[in-house]
Write a protein that binds this ligand. Structure first.
Ligand code: MN
Length: 205
């Protein structure tokens, strides 16, 4: 089994002006592609381990590896965590964005967020603060914890929330490569702009 770069569900310029086409193209064809390539290189060192997941859809197999990271052969564990996490996180990230303001949260999304945070605005405030305050490279997430409760968390580097047993609901890449061309060091502007291209469809359904 070889992992492959999934196509974006929209053209590179679909998220303009909030996320520019050049950033999207580099992010997808260079950064995401590199995570895929490095993951394949790591798994190629352990054909019998990779074979154990044969027959499963590739993303599901990768999710299982990250949920059970301690069962990944030790010499490729860090590579799977970083590059497998990178592949999974980015595959997820492309899907939770959509052309600007085309979608609004449905009651099935809004109600659990209201229950957990008080209001959509309060949730966005907490998520924005977490994303803006994350030191270095990483991700901000809305996750479901083991009990099903909604939480805002951050992860460093390309760590997937699955490593902690948390299920991602919404995620934001705050590595500089996600925004530097357009926003330079202005991460908060990028985060504020990003809310316009969140794909609220299917979240929490
Ligand atoms: Mn990225």
């Amino acid at each position: 089994m070889k992992y492959e770069l999934p196509p974006l569900p929209y053209p590179y310029d679909a998220l303009e002006p909030y996320i520019d086409a050049r950033t999207m193209e580099l992010h997808h064809t260079k950064h995401h592609q590199t995570y895929v390539d490095r993951l394949n290189e790591a798994l190629a060192k352990h054909p019998s381990f990779a074979k154990a997941t044969e027959g499963k859809p590739e993303i599901e197999a990768l999710e299982e590896m990250l949920k059970n990271i301690d069962s990944v052969p030790e010499d490729i564990r860090t590579a799977v965590r970083n590059h497998g996490g990178g592949h999974l996180n980015h595959s997820f990230f492309w899907r939770i964005m959509a052309p600007a303001n085309t979608l609004i949260p449905k009651p099935s999304t809004l109600n659990p967020i209201n229950d957990a945070f008080g209001s959509l605005d309060e949730f966005k405030k907490q998520f924005t603060a977490a994303a803006a305050g994350l030191f270095g490279s990483g991700w901000a997430w809305l996750v479901k914890d083991q009990s099903g409760a909604l939480k805002v968390i951050t992860t460093p580097n390309q760590d997937s929330p699955l490593l902690q047993g948390w299920t991602p609901v919404l995620g934001l890449d705050v590595w500089e490569h996600a925004y530097y061309l357009k926003y330079q060091n202005r991460r908060t502007e990028y985060i504020e702009a990003w809310w316009n291209v969140v794909n609220w469809n299917n979240l929490l359904e």
